[in-house]
Write a protein that binds this ligand. Structure first.
Ligand code: HEC
Length: 104
């Protein structure tokens, strides 16, 4: 009985690790697609090149937030930053634009 439980736990662990190796927590965005999302949804406030305007500049944003933190910021945006996820931005678009922001 005990052995079976240990064995099951090991299997769960292996399954989980395999899923994680396949991309757990790895944002799947590309800066190229992100640039388009940025131009449509962010540039009006953050400036054409992330230089800022109505909203703070985003150049060098990667010094304060990694890509995952930027994704979280956009998903759980609090005023005055608008809530753009789940509409108009999809999960993929949030990933893409966050990778793009990290490149500014
Ligand atoms: C309506 C204007 C507006 C739009 C559109 C907008 N933002 Fe913002 N954003 C803001 C404001 C204002 C802040 C500052 C919020 C604060 O400091 O609490 C902010 C803050 C941020 C920050 C954090 C900056 C920091 O200093 O840490 C990030 C990252 C960000 N925005 C990314 C984006 C992205 C990416 C988009 C497009 C998907 C976007 N924003 C669209 C207004 C906007």
């Amino acid at each position: 009985m005990r052995f079976a439980t240990a064995w099951r736990n090991a299997l769960v662990l292996i399954a989980f690790t395999t899923v994680c190796l396949a991309g757990c927590g790895q944002p799947s965005g590309t800066a190229q697609r992100g640039a388009r999302v940025y131009a449509m949804h962010c540039q009006a406030c953050h400036g054409q090149h992330g230089e800022g305007g109505l909203a703070p500049e985003l150049t060098g944003e990667h010094y304060h937030k990694n890509v995952s933190q930027t994704i979280a910021w956009i998903k759980y945006a609090l005023p005055p930053m608008p809530q753009l996820y789940r509409a108009p931005l999809s999960e993929q678009e949030v990933d893409d634009v966050s990778v793009f922001v990290a490149s500014l």
